[in-house]
Design a protein around this ligand. Structure first.
Ligand SMILES: Nc1nc2c(ncn2[C@@H]2O[C@H](COP(=O)(O)OP(=O)(O)OP(=O)(O)O)[C@@H](O)[C@H]2O)c(=O)[nH]1
Ligand SMILES: [Mg+2]
Length: 546
């Protein structure tokens, strides 16, 4: 990712003073200049979410969103410092180290575009022993002169849908339009086609289950000027928020409605009032983030705010439909949501719900399939001995049923009818997996592997015997024919052995195998059967006579 001159971003791991920043910002969702379309960089997102350290761990996704040029990326870099310090007391760093991580800068032009994730996953152990992968997400600022209402609404909605903690970064006051933005009614009079997009989705999602669709919303008021009314920090903030979100009888119904919606969509809502960081931070073009240039009050507030969001005790795990999701599952949600926004129109709340339900079902399919593979591997995996086909089929039926039961028991959005095609798809995929297990199992059968040479060697012996008898009877030319056949069989066995040993010309090898199978099924097998049957009858007769 390119960082403009003067930016304070990092491309690779590097040290600066005593502060060590590992990883880099990855542009997972791009918003191309002038195109007003968001695109997902699947490779980048896979790099983060499918990394072996975190792919099967539950995730906590902390996003910072809000108007442009208000210090979002700057704040996230302190989040990074906290995570990097891994619980150390003096995580804020030394006084002279510049602030690095997500690119940030001064000036009036917007900086962050699209959505960024930090490449290095942080794994935190919660007090209950569970390990959670923490992901930090930086977002494009809203209301800059290059973005349309749809762009701003999309980034805000996407980051809220995908995060477990949405830090809503606002400046100086919590204004009514900040609440409206949350409801995506910005410029409602012009965009009355998309009113209440966001909270309407929440309302619909609520109808589907008793869980709130979104988790924690934290209003972060920067440069709070009225500390004499409400104290800095979360206590003052929550008092202030209670007043702001209060629903009163004399309020206009629209104002009441917004408040009700917002409250019902999030599991919890908080507010933190931040002091001003000082004039150097706000105004100096040479400020590079060093602590010595930041006001003490601001640093003290950071020391309270960041552990409040990221400490092991306070982490909020990402849940959808009340169920914690893993990093691997989060990938499905990224894909489904971005697909939903891939049109010129803002999506209807219904299609947002549909995308959630789709990703929900897809991740249930993936988890169920993993369970089937794990069970079958345990029973007949690569290091297990050969199993009879009937027993294998019995086990497959058993695990297929238990996997389908597991899929049915998972909480999914959309109801049973919506889940039906996903269930069918799961069943098909399990049958494909079963076929793979069958062929792996077959390859372990030593008798099956020895069948080809056995068939051709038997053929050679038969030809040799017949040629001998024909020779005695004076039928030389016929005997030569059988000798030739014997020689040919020898060449075939030799070729087969070479193919097996060298791994080359595998096509020829499989033709020889199918030839042997045909010979066995149509000639040698029935002859052997007949011989064994008549042998058994003969033995029975002699025993009876005795
Ligand atoms: N007044 C004020 N300025 C701040 C604060 N925190 C950071 N800044 C300054 O705000 C400017 C913008 O910081 P960024 O972190 O790039 O802001 P942003 O919100 O990410 O901006 P975009 O990426 O354009 O949306 C920088 O000059 C910071 O020094 C704060 O709490 N108050
Ligand atoms: Mg930024």
């Amino acid at each position: 990712m390119a960082t403009a001159a003067g930016d304070h971003g990092v491309e690779t791991s590097k040290t600066n003073g005593s502060v060590f920043v590992e990883g880099k910002p990855l542009q997972v969702i791009q918003c191309k200049e002038g195109e007003h379309k968001l695109t997902l960089d699947e490779d980048a997102i896979r790099d983060v979410l499918l990394s072996p350290e975190i792919c099967n761990k539950n995730v906590a996704v902390v996003s910072v969103a809000g108007a442009f040029r208000k210090g979002k990326s700057f704040l996230l870099d302190f989040f990074l410092r906290y995570l990097e310090a891994n619980g150390s007391e003096d995580w804020l760093g030394n006084d002279t180290a510049s602030l690095e991580g997500f690119p940030w800068r001064g000036g009036s032009e917007r900086d962050t575009t699209g959505m960024l994730l930090w490449s290095k996953p942080f794994v935190i152990k919660r007090p209950n022993g569970e390990e959670v992968a923490v992901l930090l997400m930086d977002t494009q600022g809203a209301f800059d002169s290059q973005s349309t209402v749809k762009d701003c609404a999309t980034v805000f909605a996407l980051s809220t849908l995908l995060s477990s903690v949405q830090v809503y970064n606002i400046s100086m006051q919590l204004q009514e339009n900040d609440l409206q933005h949350l409801q995506v009614v910005a410029l409602a009079s012009h965009y009355d086609k998309v009113p209440k997009l966001f909270t309407e989705y929440g309302r619909l999602a609520l109808q589907q289950s008793d869980c709130t669709p979104f988790q924690h919303l934290e209003f972060l008021v920067r440069d709070w000027p009225y500390a004499y009314e409400y104290d800095y920090g979360d206590e003052g903030g929550n008092k202030f928020l209670t007043k702001k979100l209060a629903i009163e009888d004399n309020q206009h119904p629209e104002l009441q409605c917004i408040r009700e919606h917002i409250k019902s969509c999030f599991s919890s809502i908080g507010c933190f009032l931040m002091p001003h960081p000082g004039l150097k931070v706000a105004n100096s073009p040479h400020f590079d983030g060093r602590l010595q240039d930041i006001e003490k009050e601001f640093k003290d507030a950071l020391k309270k705010f960041i552990p409040m969001v990221l400490s092991a005790e306070n982490l909020v795990v990402k849940k959808i439909q009340g169920e914690a999701i893993t990093a691997k599952q989060l990938l499905e949600y990224f894909k489904s949501y971005i697909k939903m926004y891939d049109s010129d129109e803002l999506p209807e709340p219904k299609s947002m719900l549909q995308a959630t339900a789709e990703a929900n079902n897809l991740s249930a399919v993936a988890t169920a399939k993993e369970q089937y593979i794990r069970d079958m591997e345990e029973f007949c995996g690569g290091d297990k001995p050969y199993v009879g086909p009937d027993i294998l089929k019995e086990k497959h039926d058993h695990y297929l049923n238990s996997t389908l039961e597991f899929f049915d028991s998972k909480r999914k959005m959309g109801g049973p009818e919506f889940s039906l095609p996903y269930r069918t798809r799961l069943e098909e995929e399990l049958i494909q997996e079963y076929e793979r297990f069958i062929s792996n199992n077959d390859s372990k059968n030593v008798f099956a592997a020895a069948r080809t040479p056995a068939v051709f060697l038997s053929l050679m012996i038969i030809c040799y015997l017949i040629a001998g008898i024909l020779g005695i009877l004076g039928l030389e030319s016929l005997a030569n024919l059988f000798n030739l056949l014997m020689g040919l069989s020898l060449v075939v066995v030799g070729t087969w052995a070479y193919v097996r040993y060298s791994g080359e010309y595998r096509d020829i090898g499989s033709h020889i195998d199918s030839g042997a199978e045909m010979l066995w099924d149509s000639v040698l097998g029935p002859i052997c059967m007949k011989l064994m049957q008549s042998g058994a009858q003969q033995a029975f007769k002699t025993k009876k006579m005795k």
